[in-house]
Write a protein that binds this ligand. Structure first.
Ligand code: GCU
Length: 430
């Protein structure tokens, strides 16, 4: 009897010890690593080998066997599953200005209501179509951080009616969008240049879809689906909601005869770069994907743990992802996926990943490696990805159907980046 009890006690002590070791192992460390020599040894999960060992040898096998598994892993473990497409969504073309921006474009504002509820969430989509001549036009679709009126100083753009989060400060301030902020983000949106190159520009304020703070999923489109109950561990966080919102914009673009729906590129910077990658992965109507400085949870390989890590991002921005993602804090090596697989989900569509030299938090090298490591999937389609072994020199654009550059400078979306994306689109869209 005594022996039995002491054995039992030892087993319990042992179990408790195992649990404590596991728990400590899963705690995020705070200091970001910026030292290449301190990157843990890692092996990337294989793109072209299925769980049962089947080696993927053709584009057909990739699409039938491997791609669905990887897509599902990102959906269930990282970004979270979005609800199926809504039935009651409504579009209203609110305003059309024929000769906007000194005659350079037709401007439209479209209000998308996500439900039948008159007080339900709505998003206003701003669309500039280049002056007549080459309709239907190819388009860039990107969400903005501060309201449509911030992308250009034109007084004709409606001021967003949503609350805009003050992203610079801590917490949420009373920061209702105001006309004083017209054009504040114009540096990131070279509207005239985009139009002159023959492309339409489509944008909407990301907070119209889901406000960017951790409110327990009570507002934005989440409110329509989670009035009673928080999303489950595998259900959508904000990135997934923003990506889902981009698909709703695409639903509208398919109806607009000024836009060529077969040539719509999704683009995003930073958290919205993570979003454009996910939007492009889950919705193959997007014909091109562009990730600008998207970093952790975007194009950067998680296993490198350089700059921002899964631990840091889940601590600062838990609402961006599904709850399952936090299980991988300090357990990067246990993920069946890494971000090169997210890039590969775009195949065979052209995808462009860009970094900036000073943006170490986003791990430029990890972004480059993820872009390069997606190449084998492009090869299955007979397409060129990235052959370069090393990070290219700053300010040089490389690659075939996978494009890459590292711009000199800070975390930002600059004219230099846009010019590379426009060239890339010219190459693949024309
Ligand atoms: C933070 C965050 C990044 C994100 C960035 C942004 O820096 O840690 O992951 O990309 O914000 O969206 O501006």
């Amino acid at each position: 009897m005594d022996i039995k009890w002491s054995v039992l006690r030892s087993v319990r002590v042992l179990l408790a010890l195992v649990f404590i070791v596991f728990w400590i192992g899963a705690m995020p460390t705070n200091a970001a690593n910026y030292d290449e020599s301190k990157i843990p040894r890692y092996v990337l999960p294989e793109l072209l080998k299925d769980q049962d060992g089947t080696v993927i040898e053709s584009a057909e096998q990739w699409e039938r066997i491997r791609r669905p598994v990887i897509l599902r892993d990102f959906q269930q473990r990282v970004y979270g599953e979005a609800p199926s497409d809504p039935e009651s969504i409504r579009y209203r073309v609110d305003r059309v200005i024929q000769r906007a921006l000194n005659g350079q474009a037709t401007q439209k504002e479209i209000v998308i209501s996500f439900s039948d509820r008159p007080d339900g969430p709505q998003m206003t989509v701003l669309l500039f179509v280049p002056a007549p001549g080459n309709q239907p036009a190819p388009a860039f679709l990107g969400l903005n951080f501060g309201g449509n009126h911030t992308i250009h100083s034109s007084p004709d753009i409606s001021v967003t009616s949503s609350w805009v989060r003050n992203d610079e400060g801590a917490g949420i301030k009373d920061n209702r969008a105001s006309s004083a902020h017209r054009g504040r983000a114009a540096g990131r949106w070279p509207v005239e240049q985009i139009l002159q190159r023959g492309y339409a520009l489509v944008t909407a304020y990301y907070g119209d879809i889901d406000p960017d703070f951790d409110d327990g999923f009570k507002n934005g489109v989440h409110s329509l689906y989670h009035a009673e109950k928080k999303p489950d561990r595998h259900e959508w966080g904000s990135i997934s909601a923003w990506a889902w919102g981009m698909s709703r914009i695409m639903d509208y673009l398919e109806q607009d005869s000024d836009i060529d729906e077969a040539r719509v590129a999704v683009i995003g910077h930073s958290r919205l770069g993570k979003t454009s990658l996910w939007a492009g992965a889950r919705d193959r109507r997007f014909a091109m994907v562009i990730s600008n400085n998207s970093g952790c949870g975007g194009a950067a390989l998680s296993r490198r743990q350089f700059g921002e890590t899964i631990g840091r991002i889940n601590t600062s921005f838990p609402h961006w992802f599904c709850d399952n993602f936090s299980w991988y804090i300090s357990r990067e090596g246990l993920m069946p996926i890494d971000q090169h697989m997210l890039v590969a989900l775009a195949a065979p569509r052209p995808i462009y990943v860009a970094s900036a030299t000073e943006d170490r938090w986003a791990d430029p090298k990890g972004e480059f490696l993820a872009a390069r490591e997606a190449t084998p999937v492009y090869r299955l389609y007979g397409l060129e990805g990235i052959e370069a072994e090393e990070l290219p020199e700053p300010d040089q654009s490389i690659g075939g159907h996978i494009g890459y550059h590292i711009r000199t400078g800070a975390h930002d979306l600059k004219l230099f980046d846009w010019e590379r994306y426009l060239d890339f689109a010219d190459r693949h869209f024309r």
